[in-house]
Design a protein around this ligand. Structure first.
Ligand code: URA
Length: 283
């Protein structure tokens, strides 16, 4: 039986192809083969910058923004997981300001998620705020606007923060990943490791008094915990890196709260713990 157009669209949506990324269709099968990836030794030694020629193979339409590469080409163009992590570490370590770090993240080509994203999403809020909230990855709205937590779960997060007297002036919000995983799938270990040096550098530059990790991936990546989020939420942990030791609270992710409103009671308990600790630190 021939599938209807609706069946085909539903199939695409379920596979994560849920938005148009160009004005014109692109016949990926007729694109020229991407240039061979240069050897790792040809990377700029100081910053671990983009691989020369890697994204240059992406076709550039008249409108200016490069058409995202077909997945196979993107996979060939990015660095190996280990190369990407070291390149990210070098690039992050060379940054002494948040603006430099944002530029370095935007220039970094070692995370394959960048090839399908519309925007790099770094942070919003006040970097001088005592509380830093770190989530997982941009979703569709964040990718479109270039800011973290601006979609439905971001709006819930804002309401939760408001309930403890916080807003964009008194929190700083980021994610462990700076590009949207297609179809909001879970990030891979390679993608997390390629971005980790940047979020660690952001924390080191901001030096918040408290960190809240929203969701299991943020908690596992930054706190090194192997326990599930429902076990460690609401219990103070520590974020430790170099000379930094910062109290950290794992939170249930707002997207989870939207799906399971019954656990909002636990989330409220955790927000009150955050509020109490902030009041203590600000006294
Ligand atoms: N979920 C996240 O973890 N981060 C965002 O920015 C949006 C949704």
């Amino acid at each position: 039986m021939t599938p209807s157009l609706l069946d085909v669209l539903l199939f695409y949506a379920e596979a994560g192809c849920d938005e148009a990324i160009g004005d014109q269709p692109v016949d990926r099968t007729s694109l020229p083969a991407p240039a061979a990836r240069p050897a790792a030794t040809s990377l700029p030694a100081d910053r671990g910058g983009p691989v020369a020629g890697a994204r240059a193979s992406a076709p550039v339409p008249a409108a200016g923004r490069p058409t995202p590469m077909p997945p196979a080409a993107a996979a060939r163009a990015v660095l190996s997981a280990q190369e990407a992590e070291s390149a990210a570490s070098r690039a992050a370590a060379a940054c002494n300001t948040i603006a430099e770090l944002e530029a370095a993240i935007k220039a970094f080509d070692g995370c394959s998620l960048k090839a399908t994203a519309t925007n790099t999403v770094m942070a919003r809020g006040n970097p001088a705020a005592p509380l830093m909230i770190i989530g997982e990855a941009p979703g569709r709205d964040e990718d479109a606007q270039g800011k973290p937590f601006v979609g439905e779960s971001g709006q819930l997060l804002d309401r939760m923060l408001k309930a403890i007297g916080r807003d964009e002036d008194t929190v700083y919000i980021s994610n462990i990943l700076f590009w949207r995983p297609p179809g909001n799938r879970d990030p891979s270990t390679e993608e997390i490791l390629a971005c980790k040096p940047f979020i660690e550098r952001l924390i080191a530059l901001v030096r918040p008094k408290l960190i809240a990790c929203a969701g299991k991936h943020a908690a596992a990546t930054l706190l090194g915990t192997t326990q599930g989020i429902t076990r460690i939420r609401g219990r103070w942990q520590e974020y430790r890196r170099d000379d930094l030791v910062i109290p950290a609270m794992p939170l249930l992710h707002p997207a989870y709260l939207l799906r399971q409103p019954g656990v909002k009671r636990e989330a409220w308990h955790d927000m009150l713990m955050l509020a109490e600790k902030l009041a203590e630190l600000e006294r």
